[in-house]
Design a protein around this ligand. Sequence first.
Ligand SMILES: Nc1ncnc2c1ncn2[C@@H]1O[C@H](COP(=O)(O)OP(=O)(O)OP(=O)(O)O)[C@@H](O)[C@H]1O
Ligand SMILES: [Mg+2]
Length: 204
Amino acid sequence: MPTIVFASPKGGAGKSTSAVVLATELARRGAEVVVIDADPNRPVSRWASRPGCPKTLTVLAETTEASIIDDIEAAAARVPFVIVDLEGTASMTVAYAISRADLVIVPTQGSQLDAAEAAKAIRLIRQQERAFGRRILYAVLLTRTSAAIRPRTLQHIREEMARNDVPVFGTQMHEREAFRAIFSFGGPLQGLNVSQSFGKTESY
Ligand SMILES: Nc1ncnc2c1ncn2[C@@H]1O[C@H](COP(=O)(O)OP(=O)(O)OP(=O)(O)O)[C@@H](O)[C@H]1O
Ligand SMILES: [Mg+2]
């Protein structure tokens, strides 16, 4: 069953946020999901230690460079969805996880500098394809985009990616307080109340 790996060497690209949102959405629909928290800072484990983690979602935190392939294979044999959250640097752990992926999602913010970092992730995916002699599907996920405006830069990046045959998800992760809030309050997006989702207007 699918192993979906979130990878980008760019710190803060939105890997952990997108990984948790995808995992909770799958779990909410009743699917069993294992999230392998392969970032030594363990952001997903910290999220899961707060209230509201869906019952069908398990986070595996003890993974290391030496164990990641075994961990992915063991989880994939047990549950329908395995999601891997990686650290924002190039490492053997990242390369190993990509080598076992059915789909690599490359979260990217909408700037030229961020797109250049996404290109590095894509080069690594292509290298792993050649090294392991297997097709590894991937797609770029645009993150922290504005729901209201479509900046020229973003349009330019999309066109450049299309020219280079880089697949980009039609769906974007807009900049939303709720995506930050799940890491403060725990649980899925739907578990947030209105003031947690939108922030409170302070009155003085
Ligand atoms: N769509 C979004 N809307 C609002 N805030 C977001 C969104 N996506 C990410 N963030 C915020 O941006 C910061 C970086 O996001 P995140 O931790 O998901 O990135 P990352 O790629 O996992 O970073 P790292 O490489 O350090 O692991 C966090 O503070 C997160 O709350
Ligand atoms: Mg992260």
